[in-house]
Design a protein around this ligand. Structure first.
Ligand code: SF4
Ligand code: SF4
Length: 212
């Protein structure tokens, strides 16, 4: 059993196993300290990779979160969620050679997107506080640049996809929006400049030039 200097512990269950944790621990740390076998579904430990998706039950409330940034709490029940299923929405950006029909193509790839029932499930499930529902509406209206900006902080945990009763896959709507925007626009000038530097001086670091 893990105890703090004053002996305080937090009791919770993780994947059905009773665990005693120190109060400052995250759910991932508590799982490891409590001997819960967990080597998959854990990645960066900083809330960036979106891998450690969990379901949390607090009394009668049930929600979702990322385990690496969730601090343990007395009596909570935690279940690590399996990885999201393979996306059903497939497309090749190279086949988009004309931006005029991009909205029509979007609706062929994501036919469910226009069936949003505005249940807010995606918004409530997002650990990044993204306006997911609005982002889907913007993409549905062909406003891909704005939709991509709405999903700017997305970590692709796909908790919103799991929450959507219409199987819209909002995370992938956001990804498509960012990709299609980049596909039809000039790349950032500093990136173009750096790529040109590398083309001219393939083995040089930033600001360095090969000596002749
Ligand atoms: S928009 Fe969806 S995939 Fe992105 S961080 Fe929010 S819940 Fe995760
Ligand atoms: S969960 Fe799906 S149906 Fe509900 S608001 Fe979000 S995108 Fe629309």
């Amino acid at each position: 059993m893990s105890e703090t200097s004053d002996g305080a512990t937090v009791e919770l269950t993780i994947n059905g196993t009773a665990v005693c944790a120190e109060p400052h621990m995250t759910v991932v740390e508590a799982a490891w300290a409590g001997g819960v076998p967990r080597v998959t579904g854990v990645g960066c430990l900083e809330g960036v990779c979106g891998s450690c998706r969990i379901l949390i039950k607090r009394g009668s409330d049930v929600g979702v979160a990322l385990a690496c940034e969730t601090i343990v709490d007395q009596g909570i029940e935690v279940l690590f969620l399996p990885p999201p299923s393979t996306a059903l929405h497939q497309y090749e950006l190279a086949e988009f050679d004309d931006g005029w029909d991009s909205q029509a193509r979007f609706h062929e790839i994501f036919p469910e997107a226009s069936r949003c029932r505005h249940c807010h499930g995606c918004v409530r499930s997002c650990p990044r506080g993204i306006a997911v529902e609005e982002g889907v509406a913007l993409a549905t209206a062909g406003r891909f640049r704005e939709a991509g900006e709405a999903f700017f902080e997305c970590v692709m945990c796909e908790l919103c996809d799991s929450a959507c009763p219409e199987q819209i896959a909002p995370a992938h709507v956001g990804l498509f929006s960012r990709r299609i925007t980049a596909h039809f626009h000039l790349r950032p000038p500093n990136l173009i400049h750096r790529l040109e530097e590398l083309r001219q001086h393939p083995f040089s670091g930033p600001g360095e030039k090969e000596s002749s």
